[in-house]
Design a protein around this ligand. Structure first.
Ligand SMILES: [Zn+2]
Length: 187
């Protein structure tokens, strides 16, 4: 017997056709290791042979509101190591992608647009057939670095042209990330 699947909710637990409301109400969890190769859009951005997995987990939850109607939430985590093309030496550079994202499901696109600015979480329109794998892939694609580069390539090479200068400028760690790493003592 598949330990992920409760007999009464077999149809709700399909990660490519997820009944979000039922999943959240049951506070259900899905997790897996899915070969990178199955993420076609992500694969297109990778260089060479793809052998790794995307390790992911999705947790459903509901939250009561003053109106008495429960909000539907989904917490998503995923990580993967993908071989991207170093923008300096044009050989593969392994880049770790990490995603932690909360989603709240709302009735329609209008509500999502209206409430999006004031919400930390991402808003999605309620569905009974969520393609969880596509959502994970969307998030991984958004996590891709603009200018992937080996650490050595980044530090050793001095920019020689205006174009390269601008590439290197974009590749510099952002000051907030540096500050955060100082605060946590990771030098
Ligand atoms: Zn390189």
């Amino acid at each position: 017997m598949d330990s992920l699947t409760l007999p009464s909710m077999k149809n709700d637990m399909n990660p490519s056709h997820l009944d979000v409301a039922a999943f959240a109400k049951a506070q259900a969890r899905l997790e897996g290791d899915t070969p990178l190769l199955q993420f076609e859009r992500l694969s297109e951005d990778c260089l060479g042979e793809l052998t790794g997995n995307v390790t992911w987990a999705a947790q459903g939850a509901t939250q009561p509101t003053v109106s008495g109607k429960d909000e539907v939430w989904l917490h998503l985590e995923a990580h993967a190591q993908v071989p991207l093309t170093c923008q300096r030496c044009l050989t593969p550079v392994p880049v770790a992608l990490e995603i932690t994202q909360d989603f709240r499901f709302v009735a329609d696109e209008e509500t999502a647009m209206a409430e999006d600015d004031e919400s930390d979480e991402d808003l999605l329109v309620m569905t009974d057939a969520l393609d969880l794998m596509a959502l994970i892939e969307d998030e991984l694609l958004m996590a891709l670095p603009l200018v992937p580069m080996h650490q050595a390539c980044l530090s050793e090479q001095a920019p020689t042209s205006e174009e390269e200068k601008s590439i290197l400028a974009e590749a510099k760690p952002n000051p907030f990330a540096v500050l955060a790493s100082l605060k946590t003592g990771k030098h």
